[in-house]
Design a protein around this ligand. Structure first.
Ligand code: KG4
Ligand code: ZN
Length: 352
């Protein structure tokens, strides 16, 4: 690379983001324009609205990232962009912008898998990642376990979800109970005030003994508890106000705490089963749900018990952002793995 500055661009779902990274860890800027207010009243991301919002935001977001870092396009050593997985119309916006910058300014282009981006977010703040490393990527679209054995080896998929992702379970539960969107942060906050033992949720097990996840059963169990306890949905979906514990009847707080505990127990149990099977030297937690305070606490406690470090990053680098894309792109650019003008979106791209 002619310079150590990499521009990262991310537009796979409902965040338009750009970041400038210098070398492997010096984050010079990271701008994220969230579309949450646009999608909130629908209780989930509306793909057509998402791509339009990206078109409106991308120019400003890239310019802001460049000016905050104090650099010009001519200073860049590379541009890295998410090519998938994600929403096709959204991905294409970031890809077209990255290709245009690359073409006009003669800057090398790197194509980054969004999931690899999440994994690489951990390298932004953790200097040393002991190998073999086991990564739990847990977001609104994915719940997967990946293993990286050596620095030069590919990511191996050890487990994935067979139905809903963990973040999706949070979002659907919050929508059903009228708590707002996205569901994760609000449930994280409210669950602290409830009793996690109040409602019984089984931990889903796979009949073929694989490590795969399944969260749709928890959703059904939640609906059953709502009916049997006579819980009425609240009215916070417009996002004007976030519900506080004082707005929620006791059974709602208890239900949220119990629901969250079941998700956390599933994630911790499966992750450490894989740690044992693969003799992993560390666990890396990434993706939006990795912001969850109870998950972080339970993972850290199990890590301490088993003598395995659990690595995390600050929440701004855990949810969708472009710093992680720049970090993954930096590795590709250093290794000479370049993309060209034929780069296209791959909405179903997998990692490993
Ligand atoms: O990684 P991310 O920003 O986007 C995807 O790639 O999906 O993850 C978004 C997901 C949403 O489902 C959101 O509810 C969840 O992450 N999330 C949380 C928390 N913060 C965000 N889930 C649980 N607890 C949180 N504190
Ligand atoms: Zn993501």
């Amino acid at each position: 690379m002619k310079s150590r500055l990499v521009l990262g661009i991310e537009s796979s779902c409902d965040e338009t983001a750009a970041a400038i990274l210098e070398g492997p860890r010096n984050l010079r800027s990271s701008i994220v324009a969230s579309q949450i207010p646009v999608h909130r009243r629908f209780g989930g991301v509306v793909p057509e609205l998402a791509s339009r919002q990206h078109v409106l935001a991308v120019d400003t977001v890239v310019r802001d990232a460049m000016s905050e870092a104090g650099c010009r396009f001519e200073d860049l050593g590379g541009v890295a962009v998410t090519y998938g997985p994600g929403l096709v119309g959204s991905l294409l916006v970031g890809i077209q912008v990255a290709k245009a910058i690359s073409f006009v300014h003669g800057i090398p282009l790197a194509a980054v898998n969004h999931l690899e981006g999440h994994v690489c977010s951990l390298a932004l703040e953790n200097e040393e990642i002991p190998l073999p490393a086991l990564y739990l990527v847990v977001s609104g679209g994915h719940t997967s376990l990946y293993l990286r054995r050596r620095a030069d080896s590919r990511y191996e998929t050890l487990a994935r979800t067979r139905d809903d992702a963990a973040g999706e379970a949070y979002d659907k539960a919050a929508k059903y109970l009228g708590l707002g969107y996205p569901g994760g942060p609000v449930i994280d906050r409210l669950a602290k005030h409830g009793n996690p033992q109040a409602f019984a949720f089984g931990i889903p097990k796979m009949s073929d003994r694989s490590l795969d996840f399944s969260f749709s059963g928890l959703k059904t169990a939640l609906l059953r508890h709502v009916k049997s306890a006579g819980i009425e949905p609240l009215d916070f979906m417009d996002g004007e106000k976030d519900p506080g514990p004082e707005d929620c009847p006791r059974p709602v707080l208890d239900l949220l705490a119990s629901f969250q505990e079941a998700i956390v127990a599933t994630l911790v149990t499966r992750t450490f089963k894989a740690v044992g099977a693969e003799r992993a030297a560390c666990v890396g937690l990434a993706g939006g749900v990795a912001c969850n305070s109870r998950l972080r606490e339970a993972m850290a406690a199990e890590g301490r018990r088993q003598g395995v470090p659990v690595l995390v990053t600050r929440p701004a680098l855990t949810t969708d952002n472009a710093a992680m894309i720049a970090r993954a792109g930096w590795e590709h650019l250093e290794a000479g793995r370049l993309a060209d003008m034929s780069l296209n979106a791959d909405p179903g791209a997998s990692l490993g």
